[in-house]
Design a protein around this ligand. Structure first.
Ligand code: PEP
Ligand code: MN
Ligand code: NA
Length: 609
């Protein structure tokens, strides 16, 4: 490929894409970096960027025997999670961002960004990171280019996406890409010493849905900075999907195979930090059942010519929450991150490895905590930040399905919704039909976790687990789901189910064992799809009939089982009463069909009270 020089004296562009070159030149003129580097995605390039980051103190190499090819970063203590309060959807009309997103007038926002980005990369290297979301060349995939002044972001994008020359080649001379600009917002003046984790106290995560652009200022953290993930593959892609008739969803994808060798593909949406990664890598406790992983966070889905819904995982890596990951909870995740992994905000052990709460029962002595000081177990402070993360290649997962990169995607048999609910919500409920399933998805609620800013334990509505990730009015989003289902052949639509692993008993402990035993619920779902398992109708949907859920070998009492599957009409009448105050926020953008679903639920509840 011919080299075309971009900026006088700076790196030549390894592309003939005139639009891309012009955009890179424009951003370089605005942000004024010291250097421009076009990423090729090679191992040699990664080694060079890593060496530079080690030099600057951003990364530490972990012990080469214990954790080969792996690195550790500790962030600024004020840059540890996505910042939803600083995340904006700048549609032309405020109503199109909807009541659940922050909105700012696009012209005003552009003026603000022009000011913020002027000279923001001074003294730093500007990395040009071309990437594919989805397998290269798949019709379900789409391309993007992230410009970033963070080497940590460039390296992480190399793990999380198909990044570099292959993506540039896929772009060709005039391919469409989503432009994404990221800066730490920490320019260096001549002679100024850098810090290990540069960032800015001010943060802006901005999306322009109509022009499909992303601008991110001031944070180096995952979802704020790795722009292929939440910003592109969910917020911008959800808008593309609305316009083009497909679905961009906050869903894991897994393959479940029964003892007879029959496989089902399931996509599941749970709010952040509710165990998507664990379910995606589940090890069934049921003999003869096998689970394999396709993706742990995002699904792009489109109806195929045969009328079925096909899904790909647009990502190439897992950016998972480390705390709580252990041999008991997710052995496959541990195996995945044995090598070639970047850890952020875990603790460091004295012998050059990482540790987090839950990894082992014993707390190793002599650790350095995520804030870089000696860990004092007596302090009561965790050694790892509760939102400490790993970024690891999906290909390293022992249970990765052979078809995980199939350009056709996999045909989805079931869609699951869920959240963390201590009360009311049964272990599993089957929707009566697609429309009822969309109603279920629209009412997902969960108790707060470390992944978001809201208080831990507080209930928040998180429809389709997309609340922080839908790039447009969620009323229109519900309508899009309804419309796709209405157009499809009902016999070929996936079944829709609602699950809740987190039901608590009167003593305040979890009733359901969870983890590998969640396969028992998936088994019932698979058997329902095959017409082989019994269910009983309740006002909220179909739950397993007596004896239909395989609980053999579990130490569950009859009372426990009753708690897990009970639908208390009193409690549910209260629960149903919480929906209208949420729905009214969407005004006339809330589809009438969902109000009708709510009315039907209320009637079914009244009939049994
Ligand atoms: C993130 O916070 O960057 C992220 C990937 O998100 P979450 O786990 O919240 O879905
Ligand atoms: Mn997520
Ligand atoms: Na997060």
């Amino acid at each position: 490929m011919a080299s075309i020089s971009t900026i006088a004296g700076l790196a030549p562009a390894p592309t003939r894409h005139a639009g891309l070159i012009a955009w890179v030149e424009q951003i370089a003129a605005l942000t004024k970096p010291a250097r421009v580097h076009w990423c090729d995605g090679s191992e040699a390039e990664k080694a060079a960027i890593v060496a530079d980051l080690i030099d600057k103190g951003t990364l530490k190499a972990l012990d080469a025997d214990k954790r080969p090819g792996s690195y550790y970063a500790a962030s600024d203590p004020k840059d540890v999670a996505r910042v939803e309060s600083r995340t904006f959807i700048c549609s032309a009309e405020e109503i199109d961002a909807g009541p659940t997103n922050n909105w700012a007038e696009p012209g005003e926002m552009r003026t603000r960004l022009d000011g913020l980005f002027d000279g923001c990369m001074a003294g730093r290297t500007m990395y040009v990171v071309a990437f594919s979301m989805g397998p290269l060349g798949s019709e379900l995939s789409a391309l993007g280019v992230e410009i970033t002044d963070s080497g940590y972001v460039a390296v992480s994008m190399g793990i999380m996406t198909r990044m570099g020359s292959a993506a540039l080649e896929a772009l060709g001379d005039d391919g469409v890409f989503v432009p994404a600009v990221h800066t730490l917002g920490a320019p260096l003046i001549e002679g100024q010493a850098d810090v290990a984790w540069p960032c800015n106290a001010e943060k802006w995560i901005v999306h322009f849905p109509e022009t499909r652009e992303i601008w991110s200022y001031g944070s180096g953290y995952g979802g704020n900075a790795l722009l292929g993930k939440k910003c592109y593959a969910l917020r911008i892609a959800s808008v593309m999907a609305r316009d083009e008739g497909w679905l961009a969803e906050h869903m894991l994808i897994l393959k479940l195979t029964d003892p007879k060798g029959r496989s089902k593909y399931m996509a599941a949406a749970f709010p952040s930090a509710c165990g998507k990664t664990n379910l995606a890598m589940l090890q069934p406790t049921l003999p003869g059942w096998k689970a394999e992983t396709i993706g742990d966070d995002i699904a792009w889905m489109r109806f195929g010519d045969d009328g079925r819904l096909y899904a790909v995982n647009p990502e190439a890596g897992f950016f998972g929450v480390a705390p709580g990951t252990s041999r008991n909870t997710n052995q496959n995740a541990l195996a995945t991150l044995a090598t070639n992994t970047v850890f952020t905000n875990t603790a460091l052990t004295a012998d050059g490895d990482v540790w987090w709460e839950g990894l082992t029962k014993d707390v190793p002595a002599g650790m350095t905590n995520w804030k870089g000081v000696a860990h004092d177990p007596a302090s009561g402070e965790p050694a790892a930040h509760p939102n400490a993360r790993f970024a690891a290649p999906a290909s390293q997962c022992p249970t990765i399905a052979p078809e995980w990169e199939d350009p056709k995607g996999v045909p989805i048999d079931a869609i699951l919704f869920g959240g963390r609910r201590a009360s009311a919500v049964p272990l599993v409920t089957e929707a009566f039909d697609w429309e009822h399933g969309v109603f279920m998805g629209s009412t997902v609620a969960s108790e707060g976790t470390a992944a978001a800013e809201n208080a831990i334990g507080e209930l928040r509505r998180d429809p389709f687990a997309m609340l922080p990730f839908c790039g447009y009015n969620m009323g229109d989003y519900f309508a899009h789901w309804l419309a796709l289902g209405a157009k499809a052949d009902p016999a070929k639509l996936p079944g829709i189910f609602f699950v809740n692993w987190f039901r608590k008993g009167e003593d305040g402990t979890f009733v359901w064992p969870g983890f590998g035993d969640n396969a028992r619920v998936l088994k019932w779902i698979a058997e329902r799809l095959d017409g082989e398992a019994d269910a009983v109708d309740t006002p909220v949907g179909r739950v397993p009939a007596q004896g239909a859920l395989d609980v053999e070998g579990l130490s569950l009492s009859e009372a426990d089982l009753a708690t897990l599957l009970e639908v208390d009409a009193e409690v549910w009448t209260e629960e149903a009463g919480l929906i209208p105050p949420f729905y009214v926020r969407f005004g006339d953008r809330l589809p009438q069909a969902l109000w009708a679903q709510h009315a039907a639920l209320t009637e079914r509840l009244a009939a049994v009270r």
